[in-house]
Design a protein. Structure first.
Length: 65
């Protein structure tokens, strides 16, 4: 399923189609993440009432080619 390019809108749309217990959002570190600057994690928690797990990508998690 292709979602909306805006992560908040994509999550809200997905919740209309799927039953979920928890939401996992993966972002870059705070200094690199526009999603964190827009307070995505808390906005999703407030709007959904669901548990939201936030996973931060670290340099050690980068895939090597």
């Amino acid at each position: 399923m292709t979602g909306d390019p805006d992560p908040y809108t994509a999550i809200m749309n997905a919740l209309q189609s799927f039953r979920v217990d928890d939401i996992v959002i993966s972002t870059f570190a705070e200094t690199k993440s526009g999603w964190l600057r827009s307070d995505l994690i808390q906005r999703v928690r407030d709007a959904t009432g669901k548990d939201v797990e936030h996973v931060v990508q670290t340099d050690s998690m980068r895939a090597t080619a």
